[in-house]
Write a protein that binds this ligand. Structure first.
Ligand SMILES: [Zn+2]
Length: 221
C-alpha cells in the first residue's frame, strides 16, 4: 500500500532541534534526519546555539537518522577528492567514537550538488545525498546522490504547501523538506518560527502523511 510521504530533514545541529523540534516529532510519531555539521567558528560566534555530542548521541538513541553534513560545513565543489574525504571522515570518526551508527544520509553543505564529491561520498558508504534543488524523490527515477528538497524558512513558508501538494499527487515518491533552526539562533536568514513549524507538523498529522527519515524511506525501496 502506498501512502503520501514526507521526509523531514534538519540541518546544522541547532540546539532548537533538541529543545523544540524533537518533542513535537515524538508527539506525532514522526521520523526525521538530522544533518550534523560542527564548525568550531559557529559555536564560538554563538555559544549555546548548537547541539553537543551528548545531544547527538541522544537523537541517535531515540531512533532518528543522523546524517553527515561535513565537519566544517565545507563547500565540496571547491575541494579536492582527498579534502572531501577528510571532511566526511572527520565527522564519521566522531560518530564512531560516540557509538553513533555510520551514516547513510548526506546533505551537500550550502545546498548545491557537487559532482566532484560523489565518488568519495559513495566510498564513505553514503547512499542518499540531498541537494537544495526543488522536486520530489522518485525512487527508480531520481539520482540517489542528487536528491531534491523543499527548503523552508519563515520567508519561504509556501514551499511547504508546494511539497505537500506534490507528495499528495505522487504516492510512489516522497517530498524531502529542509528546516534549519526552529528558531535559528545564529543564522536568522534560515529561521523558521515555532508557530510555523507546529502548524506544519499538525497539518501532516491531520492529513495522514507518512513522515520518515531519508534512511528509512531509502531502506523501503
Ligand atoms: Zn548546512
Amino acid at each position: 500500500m502506498t501512502q503520501k510521504t514526507v521526509i523531514l530533514t534538519f540541518d546544522d545541529a541547532c540546539i532548537t532541534h533538541r529543545d523544540f523540534v524533537v518533542p513535537i516529532l515524538q508527539k506525532f510519531g514522526f521520523g526525521g534526519t538530522f544533518f550534523i555539521s560542527l564548525p568550531p567558528e559557529w559555536s564560538a560566534e554563538a555559544p549555546g546555539a548548537y547541539l553537543n555530542w551528548g545531544d547527538i548521541v541522544c537523537l541517535a538513541q531515540q531512533g532518528f537518522d543522523i546524517g553527515n553534513h561535513t565537519m566544517n560545513h565545507a563547500n565540496l565543489s571547491e575541494l579536492s577528492k582527498e579534502e572531501c574525504r577528510r571532511e566526511l571522515e572527520l565527522l564519521n570518526e566522531k560518530f564512531a567514537e560516540y557509538g553513533i551508527p555510520e551514516p547513510v544520509s548526506f546533505a551537500y553543505p550550502g545546498g548545491p550538488y557537487a559532482a566532484n564529491a560523489v565518488e568519495v561520498l559513495q566510498e564513505c558508504a553514503l547512499k542518499y545525498a540531498r541537494t537544495t534543488e526543488p522536486g520530489l524523490w522518485e525512487p527508480g527515477k531520481s539520482d540517489p546522490m542528487r536528491l531534491p528538497c523543499f527548503a523552508i524558512s519563515e520567508e519561504q513558508k509556501e514551499n511547504f504547501h508546494e511539497a505537500v501538494k506534490l507528495a499528495s499527487a505522487n504516492e510512489n515518491a516522497a517530498a524531502i523538506i529542509l528546516y534549519h533552526g526552529v528558531p535559528d539562533l545564529h543564522h536568522p536568514w534560515c529561521n523558521t518560527s515555532e508557530e510555523t513549524f507546529l502548524e506544519q507538523m499538525e497539518f501532516l498529522a491531520e492529513n495522514d502523511f507518512r513522515v520518515l527519515s531519508m534512511r528509512d524511506f531509502g531502506a523501503m525501496q
